[in-house]
Design a protein around this ligand. Structure first.
Ligand code: TRP
Length: 332
């Protein structure tokens, strides 16, 4: 039997190149593995803990869905859905919450770091904390356990959440007998950590990102903002110390990379290096960007794809939820 590999992205911001290299690209690779059944979803209910503007919420949700599709996720092969279209997840969320020790939630890092920073600045500990944020790990456990997930590919910051899902599953299994599969997390150790405009890791919180589908003019502008030193154009440059070259390597062919390395060593102006970087990036992004824009201008097409995905998801979640409710004692 195929192993289920499941992951969700929550639509809380514009997808950037760092997200692509670090999370989406490896997940797309895993979806191709013969022994895996991929279940990838838009974690919209999770985003609701943060985004309270309806129009923004809608755009960001479609944006995540269109991103996956534009980059080549095949909805025929993967189960690709919107979390909120699968109500069984939400029902399971309640059942699981009755097996989730509150103390465990107190220690969950998203909540805890907010409390810590409130306390450090002398404010009320729970200032700005809604119950959605507090319950976040339980909903995530429901996402994972609902589909008998074997493997959850995630970033390091999500390890704790997968461990919480295992904990909750164990509490339930201990009480009612083997029901849930205990999921394993999988960290993508070998994926590139992309530098942002200032050379630090590209991250929304550093405001140094390049949006994945920036229009080419804007892409060029952003690349022009990348920090460089003041060496004159003819001076030899060390490619291994250049943000421009690190980025170039991610998008160019091996031949281009070898060529560019020589140009650095024999002296290339930063302006020229930026132009070359723009060319390879733009080349790589052109096609998915076009697909993305097409999809975003006809959201009904995205809806249709997600709806089909939700049907596939519910073919699994609906009977499993019945079985779970049966064990808990809802039916005769
Ligand atoms: N919490 C994850 C993140 O912020 C998103 C997410 C929600 C998720 N449910 C999930 C990831 C289930 C993996 C599995 O990145």
């Amino acid at each position: 039997m195929k192993k289920t590999i499941l992951t969700g992205i929550k639509p809380t911001g514009q997808v950037h190149l760092g997200n692509y290299m670090g999370a989406i690209k490896p997940a797309l690779g895993l979806a191709q593995v013969q022994d895996y059944q991929a279940a990838y979803f838009v974690a919209d209910y999770h985003a609701l803990t943060k985004t309270h503007d309806a129009e923004e919420f809608r755009q960001l949700s479609y944006g995540i869905a269109a991103t996956w599709l534009a980059l080549g996720l095949d909805p025929e092969k993967a189960i690709f859905y919107r979390q909120s279209d699968v109500p069984e997840i939400f029902e399971l969320n309640w059942v699981l919450s009755c097996f989730s020790p509150k103390g465990l939630m107190n220690r969950a890092h998203a909540y805890k770091s907010m409390v810590d920073s409130n306390q450090a600045s002398g404010k009320d500990a729970d200032l700005g904390v809604n119950m959605g944020l507090f319950n976040y790990p339980i909903l995530m456990a429901a996402d994972i356990l609902m589909f008998k997930t074997d493997i959850v590919p995630v970033g390091k910051d999500q390890i704790q959440h997968v461990e919480i899902a295992r904990d909750i599953a164990e509490h339930f299994n201990n009480n009612y007998g083997e029901t849930f599969i205990l999921p394993e997390y999988q960290i993508q150790e070998d994926t590139a950590v992309l530098p942002g405009l200032d050379g630090r890791k590209m991250s929304k919180s550093y405001h140094n990102t390049i949006p994945l589908f920036a229009e080419s003019k804007n892409l060029q502008k952003l690349i022009n903002k990348i920090k460089t030193d003041s060496l004159p154009p003819e001076a030899p440059k060390n490619p291994d110390e250049s943000i421009l070259f690190t980025l170039y390597k991610e998008f160019a062919s091996p031949d281009e990379i070898a060529q560019m390395k020589l140009q650095y060593l024999s002296g290339i102006g930063w302006g020229e290096a930026k132009k070359e970087l723009f060319n390879v990036m733009n080349n790589f992004l052109e096609e998915p960007r076009e697909k993305y824009n097409e999809l975003m201008s006809s959201p009904e097409r995205i809806d249709a794809i997600l709806k089909e995905g939700a049907e596939k998801a519910r073919a699994v979640s609906s009977p499993f939820l019945k079985e779970i409710k049966n064990k808990v004692g809802f039916y005769a």
